[in-house]
Design a protein around this ligand. Structure first.
Ligand code: S3P
Length: 424
């Protein structure tokens, strides 16, 4: 994909449904009583993998002409005939096992080359503690083999802050005898808690601890999935780079555990406003308007790094265009995402002529730098491809994004939508 420099970002967008919420709604629909009907479901390949897995587990799925998707829940899932293909999707591979752990059959899950490199010990440990048989082929890497069992509740403190791990344990908690509690070191996205409530499950939260009682009945829902804020991040950052920008993004997810990007952009100096706030199934949704403001600089660390984990690549990629630069700390998890995102961000910034310091747990990107167009290596990672498409908009000369098709993992429409708001 070739990206030429831009002059401005202008227009209005509405984005496909949030990836995190789409995964959770599809998984819970599978075990709920009745038919769940979802509008604006994520168009990404990751969520399509979750839906295909749910189908393989015996749930009828219908894609309607009006773009909605219907999933029929089942009292008992069926053993799949073949291994469940999670593709590139860490969320499918880490969250679905929470449900599979409570079934009365065994099955396998596998993924693509990138997913096969990602650690699964983080879900294997708690699910074993709950009574499931679960093993990985090589150390703690996929493929996974799971044999469901009668589960018992545990009280689990996650060693790393991970919404996926929290979700796997809470999902397994639905099938366990007793009350399952998960405590996390930093608060992670709470879509699982909101989704469980939407499907009729009672749970309680106190600070960073969530508790769910087993054997509660889930009831199907009708919902419109809010626009994905992690996809919106690319456009918000792009718009903030040009003095004449004016961009509106409608119906975006604004759940406080996901919307830290807006705080950071305000700290940086972008002019942002939010209107039409509404709540749907516990999720805040609203319209964001962004305009240019001279970008200063900031450090992102601790709980903020956890909250912004998927937005860090694009924030680092615009770091050179800020006055004082962007520093990212406490983000070691970036090294075990779809790619080693710290290494790839550093490599691509350097390819564009920027200075940056790569650290074990983050990066320091000095500000006030001029970048030139370059050959970008996305490493097959959707967020790297999209982050550098944004950086390329303000570089001198054109850039080539290699592996740009990886955008389809979360946001197949990205490049087309970007072109629709770029003024040259
Ligand atoms: C996700 C949680 C995050 C995030 C991923 C989606 C989720 O991963 O990076 O893209 O939907 O729960 P971790 O839970 O591993 O931090």
């Amino acid at each position: 994909m070739i990206i030429r420099p831009a002059k401005n970002i202008l227009g209005a967008l509405r984005l496909p449904g949030d990836k995190s919420i789409s995964h959770r709604y599809a998984m819970l629909a599978a075990i709920a009583e009745g038919t769940t009907r979802l509008a604006n479901f994520s168009t990404g390949a990751d969520c399509a993998n979750t839906v295909a897995c749910v189908q393989q587990l015996g749930c009828a799925v219908r894609k309607n002409q009006d773009g909605t998707i219907e999933i029929e829940g089942r009292e008992r899932l069926q053993p799949p005939e073949t291994s469940l293909d999670c593709g590139n999707s860490g969320s499918t591979m880490r969250m679905l096992p929470g449900i599979l752990a409570g079934q009365d059959f065994a099955c396998d899950l596998h993924g693509d080359e990138s997913l096969t490199r990602r650690p699964m010990g983080r879900i294997i440990t708690p699910l074993r503690l709950m009574g499931a048989e679960i093993s990985a082929a090589a150390g703690d890497r996929p493929p996974l083999h799971i044999r469901g069992a009668k589960l018992h509740a545990i009280e689990y403190t996650t060693p790393i802050a991970s919404a996926q791990v929290k979700s796997a344990v809470l999902f397994a908690g639905l099938f366990a005898e007793g009350e399952t509690a998960v405590e996390e070191p930093h608060r992670t996205r709470d879509h699982t808690e909101q989704a469980l409530r939407a499907f009729g499950v009672e749970l309680s939260r106190s600070k960073n601890r969530v508790t769910v009682r087993g054997h509660q009945k889930l009831k199907a829902i009708e919902a419109a999935v809010p626009g994905d804020i992690s996809s919106a991040a690319f456009f918000l950052c792009a718009a903030a780079l040009f003095p004449g920008s004016n961009l509106v993004i409608e119906s975006v997810l604004l759940n406080p555990t996901r919307a830290s990007l807006l705080d950071v952009m305000k700290i940086l100096g972008a002019r942002l406003s939010v209107i039409n706030l509404e709540e749907h199934h516990g999720e805040l949704v609203g319209t964001i308007k962004v305009e240019y403001g001279k970008l200063t600089g900031t450090t992102i660390a601790g709980a903020q790094s956890v909250a912004l984990i998927d937005e860090l690549p694009v924030l680092a990629a615009i770091g050179p265009y800020t006055r004082d630069g962007i520093e990212i700390r406490d983000a070691k998890e970036l090294r075990v995402k779809e790619s080693d995102r710290i290494a790839l961000v550093a490599k691509n910034l350097r390819a564009m002529g920027a200075e940056c310091e790569e650290r074990e747990d983050g990066l320091r990107v000095p500000g006030n730098q001029k970048l030139h167009g370059a050959e970008i290596d996305s490493g097959g990672d959707h967020r790297i491809a999209m982050a550098f498409a944004v950086a390329a908009l303000r570089a001198e000369g054109q850039s080539v994004i290699h592996g740009a098709e990886s955008a389809k993992i979360s946001f197949p429409e990205f490049f087309e939508m970007l072109e629709s708001v770029v003024e040259r």
